[in-house]
Every structure is written in structure tokens, then in C-alpha cells.
Design a protein around this ligand. Sequence first.
Ligand code: F0G
Length: 458
Amino acid sequence: MHLPHIPPYKTKVVEPVYFRTRAERTAKIEEVHYNLFNLHSDWVIVDMMTDSGTGAMSEQQWAEIMLGDESYAGSESYFKLIRSVQHIMGFEFVAPTHQGRAAENILFSAVVKEGDLIPGNAHFDTTKGHIEFRKATAIDCTILEAFDTTIIHPFKGNIDLDKLERVIKEHGREKIPFINITVTCNTVGGQPVSLKNIQETIALAKTYDIPVYMDIARYAENAYFIKTREAAYADWTIQEIVTAMFKDVAVVWMSAKKDGLVNIGGFIALNDAALYEKLSQFTIIYEGFITYGGMSGRAMGALSEGLKEAIELDYLHDRIEQVHYLGAQLKKYGIPIQEPIGGHALYIDARKMLPYVPLDQYPAQVLGVEAYIEGGVRGVEIGTLLADRDPITGLDRIPELELLRLAVPRRVYSLQHMDYVAVTLAKIMERRDNIRTGFNIKKQAAILRHFTVELSKI
Ligand code: F0G
């Protein structure tokens, strides 16, 4: 008999959960215009809106909070962060930012101009937003397998090298300031990119003299998938894989709210001194002095420790296994999910789960609202609302996938919570024949509309 797997941590501090009735939730969600972002968190029972900034910190991280050096310039907490990034990632210069999109703002202010093209695997929405805000274009070169939720492929985040080369040849190197690889690829389901694909993308980019940048919000989870799915690296340590992933990458930027295991923070890391100097100008304008860039000393200290914990193999094993446990429960109830299961979340195929909701009535949002009403479970729509409108035609962009994402915060919930979430979805599955209408948009913002959109029931 084997001893069962248990998490490599135990609980020291707890946070209350408030239970409301189904009727109370039904009234509340109408009151907030069917926008899950408008709910106060104490109205949510299991919050799977995001794995970003929602993780639980370790006692070592809390110790760093107490040790935080809040000096305006040259704080010791900053140097702890620099040493962690240098040691784990191999980059010399580090520009802290308050979160990932602030890193995008600074980096793209320095390198992206009107008319540019940024090819890569499906760009995250803030990345795309920051590109389009500068009147440049993000070109998705993810492999086609990523857009069929039923195809099993170990690295659905991979870049289609033929498509990438066609884009470069068609538009010319001058229009492409960098190629972007996002690890893991959030937009297509937290799907990893293989080390082989990273190396081949870099080799191709090199022949055209284009640098490769990486959005590394979930790079440790990506490294875990390389170890467990790419045979050549089964015996490598996570650190060895991380080193290989970043070897010829020019610039990385990170939303540290994910694999940094902190509640707020981010950074840009690179070896190019001239570019770092250019970035520093933007850091000072947008974030703060270069030795804190929008983070407090205590947050930088906690991040310096979180970066180390996030590449520990037993942590990563527990983390990914919990996500996969929920996936297995959902599958048991016949719920159609993106497969193979990714690193940080489950993605439910709303078109398949709610086949009677018309495509232009936001089926994934309908599923999100139903999950909230049924069990107080809060997910997030990754579908037509998030895809927003075409900047030229102003019409809704219909994405290839219409998904409800259930993201799993790090070190927060138990397997019992995962069972609860699975049964919530199973109950919706049972009554799906009666779910036949969706939403109209009452009000929407000019950009990144999903955060504030107001909907009415059809
Ligand atoms: N890049 C990726 C791949 C992300 O997933 C995110 C955020 C960002 C950049 C932006 O970072 O939020 O710190 O400003 N993703 C969160 C999510 C919001 O829920 O997936 P940020």
C-alpha cells in the first residue's frame, strides 16, 4: 500500500468564508449587472476568478514582510530580489514593477511603435491591450491544435514555426521589434510550451536577427510540464530546465502574482545594459524609483523568497496535481474541458456545455453566472467579452474558443473545495437543457471591456 499524496505544507492562518443562499446570490448577480468582477468577495464561496495575487504566502515570505526595508533608494529588499532573479533566471538587470501589465507598459513604451507587429503564441489580454494601445498588432502564431479542446497534445502553447516564418517574410524584420513567447500560454488554457519549441523559435528568430522576449508569469509551471511531458528532460531539475528556457531569451517580464507566489509585484529582467537604461526612464515616470518600481520593500522581500519556493519540485507537483484532480472530477461528470489540462486552471468549453445558448449571447458568461448562482463559485469568461471588438470594424471578435476559466489559487483551497466546485458544475450540466438564452450588452468601455461591462438578460 502507498501512502497517499499530501500537500507539502500545513495551515497556520485561516480566512473565513461566508455562505449565502442561492436566492440571495440570484438577486445579487442581477444587481451587479451579471458582471462577476462587480461582486464583493464576501459574496463568493470558492473564488476561482484568478490565480493571480490570490496565493497563500509561506512563513518565510511573511518573515520577509517583517524584514522589509522601505528605503526609497537602494533597499536591502530590492537587493534580495535582484539576487533571486539573477540566481534563478540568469539575468543581470532587474526592473521591479507593481505588476505584470506595468512591466508591459514600461517595456513596450521603450520598444514598440505604431505599425509594429508582435508575433507570438496567443498574447494575454493586457499584453495585447498594451500592443494595440500603441497602434501595433499582436499576431497569434499558436499551433492550430490549441484551438480544438478535444485534441490531446502535450504542448498546446507551442508556436507554429511555419506560420511565424510566413509572418516575418511577409512583413519584414523591420516591423517586428521582438517575438513573444508566453509561458505557460494562459489564453489557450494554461498550456505549456516545450523546450524544443522555445529553442526552435529562438533559432528561427536568430536567422532574421529578431530578439525573443518571454512573458514568464507561469514559467515554473511550464518547467514542470517540460520535466513531466518532454522525455529528454525527465531527469533534469526544475532549475536546470529554467536555465535552459531562458538561455537565449533577450528580455523576460513577469507578473509575479503567479509563479512569484506574492499578492502584488512584477519585474522586467534582461542583460542588455542600454535597454535597461532606457527602461529605467519609463520606470521613473510610471512606477517609482528604479530600486522599487512600484513595489514596497516588504513585497520585494516576499517575492525574493516566493521565486525560490515556486521552483521546488514538491510544491509544483502538489500545485499541478490539485488542478488536475479538479479536471478529473469535472470529466467524471461529463463536463467538456480543454485537454490536456493546463497548469493553473480548468477551462470549460461553454459552447459544448451550453449548446442551446446562441453564440452571440455570450455563452461562457452565461456559464459563469450559472456557476455563481448554483454554488457561489466565481470563474472568469475567456470568450467573446474578453476578445472585445475589432479596433477597425468595432464589431465583436468571435474567438476560436468560448471558455469559462476556473483558476486555482496557489496553496489556498483543499481537495474538498475542488469536489464542491465539480458538483456545482455537475448540477448545471443536469439542467443545461433549460439554459437557452444569454445576455445583451447594456454598457461597455472602449478597451478591456470585460472588467466593467454591464449586461442584461435576454
Ligand atoms: N501575462 C500573463 C500571461 C498573464 O496571465 C497576466 C495576468 C499578465 C501578463 C498581466 O499581469 O495582472 O500582474 O498585470 N493574468 C491574470 C489572470 C490577470 O487572471 O490570468 P498583471
